[in-house]
Design a binder for this molecule. Sequence first.
Ligand code: ZN
Length: 107
Amino acid sequence: MALIDQLIEALRVLPGVGPKSAQRMAYHVLERERVGGKRLADVLAQAVEQIRHCARCRDFSETEVCAICASASRDAHLLCAVDRPPIVWRSNRRRAIAACISSCRAA
Ligand SMILES: [Zn+2]
């Protein structure tokens, strides 16, 4: 299989990316964004190798236990475990944890 076809096929692992979208992305990277494409490839390879789930809360983390769970100021009696971190999780994690705890307490 030609390298460009392998690239298009590889891009299809992303959710919502069909054959036409994958082809458009591949052409865009090759025609206009080679530096960005190289950076994407490098960061993606590192992320897939190095990011795992926190052993306590299951959020994504580069260490066995994430920074929030490892924080000395964190209340060790409270745990907000997630099955799969939602997309909005990263941008406002502390507020999401507070909401989760409130809802658990109300139940
Ligand atoms: Zn954690």
